[in-house]
Design a protein around this ligand. Sequence first.
Ligand code: NAP
Length: 435
Amino acid sequence: MPTYKVAIVGAGPAGYFTAQSLQKAQTDGLTFLIDMIERLPTPWGLVRSGVAPDHPKIKTVSKVFEVIAKTDGFRLFANVEVGKDVFIKDLRDQYDAVILSTGASVGKKLGILGEDLKNCISSADFVPWYNAHPDHANVDVDLSCDTAVVIGAGNVAMDVARMLAINPTELDSTDIAEHALAKFKESNIRRVIVGGRRGPEHAAFTAPELRDLPKLENTDVYIDQEEIKRAYLRIEKLGEVEKDLKNNLEAMKLISEHQKKGVDRSLELKFLATPKLICGDGKVEEVIFTINEVKDSKVIATDKTFTIKAGLVVTAIGYDLLEYSGIKIENGKIANIAGHVEHNLYTTGWAKRGPTGVIGTNKSDSADVVELVIKNLKEPKQSEGITALLKSGHEVIDQLGWEKINASEIISGELVGKPRIKEVDWKRLISLGRS
Ligand code: NAP
């Protein structure tokens, strides 16, 4: 019975769903030994360090990851960095297939003046900061101002805006990083403005996330009703309207009409506003936006601007890939055809298709790539795998080690009514995994 060795690089949703697809494809005549390699001492990728703490339901997918991880033939090698501890070229020699599921973790830049001012922070730093990612624990976040601007009209912008706009007591029972909760509790921010450069009909928010906004208990959410009416008029002219867009606009219309509570915390979604300049004396003080308009379905800049006085700017405008030596990146993705990079090298998830899609998107996407992997398999390699490549004494966090970390975090959380208290220190994570 041929058994093939597959290395999956990256222990996020794409990596786990790739492993699951390989496991599901096993037959009496075909089995896989799957080694999942992860740079951090902890797995789960964006489920741990991306999903907003006030969205615990989304995180329940980690139960599926644990079933995959406990299936025969699966091994976790966390605290192993590809490009430093092991190299793609060597992995390709040791494994029948190597699948890069490394996501996209570098925040895109606006490319405008003032972006480098203090307290202008990318979501690529801000989100992992509040989610206890060990590399982002020390991000310098100043919440002493009363107004924050979030740039972008996607779900990450919405997560960030919600985190800034809700009453932090709503986060008490979540797995938010302890350092971030303490900062949010001292925050003076009461007004959060989200700026999208195109119209409501072009926004990348999704309807379930929009529908949650009016349910916020301590925050009033505003969208200009006239803006939504104009968006409806524009799309009606275009003929049949796609279901997702209809749902999105309906959800935004509901927000615009929703009775406000009269509380002191507000979150406002603004459209057709491109950030032009961020001003301040060493630190963010205001953002100047160009007002856009939609003409013949095209978004064009007018010569009008408006200014928002704000002490914090978070840019949530998408992600780029971290570069690996010898791996070509094209249009924000690893250059690939249907997930195939070259010879025995493949890619899945955001690394394959760019930073789009929700966690579940990775399921079907990975299944397609695994089909291709199987089609291209040759004679199984007689090799040792990653253990032949790691320096002796390299401290790997394996599945058992991760389970120790996981249990310790959950127990600490249980004592104070939280799902877990995440350990944020890299060295302590390793020692928890060792104990
Ligand atoms: P996204 O959905 O692609 O949204 C990026 C936003 O940034 C767009 O509104 C885009 O506007 C804007 N943008 C890009 N460049 C800009 C610039 N130079 N100036 C101003 N605005 C700019 O990306 P994301 O929010 O990072 O989310 C990534 C993926 O994760 C998405 O598929 C999202 O749905 C998913 N996600 C899901 C959840 C959830 O399910 N709860 C939570 C978080 C993320 P244009 O459209 O004009 O380019």
